[in-house]
Design a protein around this ligand. Structure first.
Ligand code: GTP
Ligand code: MG
Length: 222
């Protein structure tokens, strides 16, 4: 399993107000939360490999939200940028993306993670059962994970996006295309992108069935 890091470096001379600077010192805690989730998922993946000779996880990506994006999101919400406001209102500062091999791996991984005693589910958006209007599919979880510090324990939110390789392919290109167009995308282009998302759904389902038939054959031969 390969891990890609796109972490935003801490910048000393950010020209934002002092409380955000104070908040940036908290980045360490968010980084720790990412590590915790990453380790939990790696352990689950390795157990599956050992037990069933199958890796549910293809790879993971993770990121800390950039200070600029934090400030923009707070402004959009009409909130003053204070460390406390950020902590209470932004649940996607720490983000982990889990790219699974097969469709069934998504719920398998999500359920095994959510069953763990120290994980609290805050929000679940199932855009697989109910895709977004544009065709976007993924399972989104916001969870709280405890981080044990020298003086206290902090419950830290992490946004986890779980999707197949095919869903990730579509989402990455759709994201790029959205920003490439200088004006709003035409209805025709939106329809074509949605058609691609639907084709990908069929591919995911077919690949799942092929996998099941092949592994069922394996079991019979043993
Ligand atoms: P945000 O304010 O964007 O965080 O929205 P939200 O709080 O309603 O969360 P949601 O679960 O809808 O989306 C969070 C994240 O999922 C985004 O930041 C993207 O990374 C991803 N995402 C959601 N919708 C789309 C989409 O239509 N296309 C792509 N490419 N990614 C999406
Ligand atoms: Mg977001």
């Amino acid at each position: 399993m390969q891990i890609n890091s796109t972490e935003v470096p801490f910048s000393e001379d950010l020209d934002i107000n002092g409380s955000l600077k104070e908040f940036l010192l908290q980045q360490q805690i968010y980084r720790a939360a990412i590590k915790e989730i990453k380790t939990k998922l790696e352990i689950l993946d390795e157990e599956f490999q050992a037990r069933y000779d199958h890796n549910p996880i293809h790879h993971m990506e993770y990121r800390l939200k950039a200070p600029q994006s934090i400030a923009e999101k707070m402004q959009k919400k009409g909130l003053e940028i204070t460390a406390e406001n950020i902590r209470k209102n932004l649940t996607d500062i720490a983000g982990v993306r889990v790219i699974c091999n097969y469709l069934n791996d998504i719920n398998r991984i999500a359920n095994l993670l959510l069953r763990q005693d120290d994980i609290t589910l805050v929000r679940k958006n199932d855009y697989i059962t109910g895709p977004k209007k544009n065709g976007y599919r993924s399972l989104h979880l916001i969870v709280l994970v405890p981080i044990f510090l020298a003086e206290r324990t902090e419950s830290v939110p992490v946004e986890i996006q779980i999707r197949t390789i095919a869903m990730d392919f579509w989402a990455s290109l759709e994201h790029q295309l959205k920003y490439k167009g200088h004006s709003d995308m035409s209805e025709g282009l939106r329809e074509r992108l949605k058609y691609c998302a639907e084709s990908i759904t069929r591919l995911d389902e077919e690949m799942q069935m092929i996998y099941e038939e092949i592994t069922a054959d394996d079991c019979e031969q043993q």
